[in-house]
Design a protein around this ligand. Structure first.
Ligand code: ADP
Length: 398
């Protein structure tokens, strides 16, 4: 069985074609600037050179068509024709309270995802455009939706309710949802395998640290808390997002600077985080080198970041009454030994000890704690596309 995994953004589309016999990636790629001048498709067949197709992509249907053409292209393709693609798995950002697991896409599912668009106005509509484009270009091919929020639907009420008048939860569904669920689920499952323990008997804290970041408490196979909330803005300090702040700062700033809600939204989501603090960059590689060269604000931004992650880990060790294992994943979590070390330096009281030599390695799943560390510390590359493909296969096999 071959499954096409799609992640549609408002002007982009990422894809992977996965052969489920081997779980190997046959090809992957990215369409950029959809509907904007200068659109391009970068197609990477595994083991061959990447190719660029620069025909104009007017909308996502054109992009899906181009992806299928690339996948079946006599020179750069990896399958003979479209009929070899058995199903499509879509990443969908927000499943609200409607979806606690992945589902086969039906007209009812589409309606429910549309309903969740109010909660994720930037993401869900783009995900839906991708679904409709596939219906048009590949009619009859089964499609599955895999939600970023689904894994966190096991959070108990005490973790997801905000202490604002309850009527706003009832009226607008304002509560904590959490995101990056596919990644937290994948790495927590992998961690249990690496520890040789049943998934439902391990307390894991997963740190997904990329451009966006979140920490989750996964107790006995279930997410019981996570740092992102109603939107991905809550929680950690991120590349450009503020993370937690006193909500009074928002109204104070809006009054002082005469800002509209949409201006405030841009400040908190795009101009804050380590970018806003440092004034240097949202990219941690730039911040690490600026800090090494003596830039004080870059150093402060990195310190604020690591401190916040460490505090979240401490909070979740309390929430689970203990922790067996801490996992680092995503761009920064997988690659930056410096950040992992800085975070783990706070965790001595938990009995966390890092092996500096192992922490300097990169690229594959590994344990970086010392043999006598009370808590195992693991680095596990995330693979959200593989989870989407596995869920899609599992639903079709049923
Ligand atoms: P997202 O999927 O959220 O866009 P990623 O998981 O790809 O993000 O992570 C991207 C971030 O990872 C970049 O902003 C960069 O700061 C960080 N990163 C990647 N490689 C390194 C590295 N070698 N050292 C430090 N940071 C890194």
């Amino acid at each position: 069985m071959k499954i096409l995994v799609l992640n549609c953004g408002s002007s982009s589309l990422k894809y992977q074609l996965i052969d489920m016999e081997t779980e190997g990636v046959l090809a992957k790629g990215l369409c950029e600037r959809i509907g904007i001048e200068g659109s391009r498709l970068k197609h990477q067949p595994t083991g061959k050179d990447a190719v660029i197709f620069d025909d104009y992509q007017e909308d996502h249907s054109v992009s899906v068509k181009m992806v299928l053409d690339a996948l079946t292209n006599p020179e750069h393709g990896v399958v003979k024709d479209m009929s070899e693609i058995n199903a499509v798995g879509h990443r969908v950002v927000h499943g609200g309270e409607e979806f606690a697991s992945s589902v086969i896409i039906t007209p009812e599912v589409i309606k429910a995802v549309e309903k969740c668009s109010e909660l994720a106005p930037l993401h869900n509509p783009a995900n839906l455009i991708g679904i409709h484009a596939c219906e048009k270009i590949m009619p009859g091919v089964p499609q599955v939706a895999v939600f970023d929020t689904a894994f966190h639907q096991t959070m108990p009420e005490k973790a997801y309710l905000y202490a604002i008048p309850y009527e706003y939860y009832e009226k607008y569904k304002i509560r904590r949802y959490g995101f990056h669920g596919t990644s937290h689920r994948f790495v927590s499952e992998e961690a249990a395998k690496m520890l040789n323990k049943p998934y439902d008997q391990v307390k894991t804290i997963t740190c997904h640290l990329g451009n966006g970041g979140s920490v989750s408490a996964v107790k006995n196979g279930q997410s019981i808390d996570t740092t992102m909330g109603f939107t991905p803005l809550e929680g950690l300090v991120m590349g450009t997002r503020s993370g937690d702040i006193d909500p009074a700062v928002v109204t104070f700033l809006m009054e002082k600077e005469n800002l509209k809600p949409e201006d405030m939204d841009v400040i908190l989501n795009k101009k804050s985080g380590v970018l806003g603090l440092s004034g240097v960059s949202s990219d941690f590689r730039d911040l690490e080198s600026a800090s090494e060269q003596g830039n004080e604000r870059a150093k402060a931004a990195l310190d604020v970041f690591a401190y916040k992650v460490a505090k979240s880990i401490g909070a979740y060790a309390a929430a689970m009454n203990g922790v067996d294992c801490i996992v680092f994943t995503a761009g920064l979590g997988e690659n930056s030994g410096v950040t992992r070390q800085e975070i783990c330096d706070y965790l001595g009281y938990l009995g966390v000890q890092i092996d500096a030599a192992k922490n300097a390695l990169r690229g594959e799943a590994m344990e970086i704690s010392t043999p006598d560390s009370k808590v195992k510390v693991l680095v596990i590359p995330t693979n959200e596309e593989l989870v989407i493909a596995r869920d899609t296969k599992e639903l079709l096999d049923k």
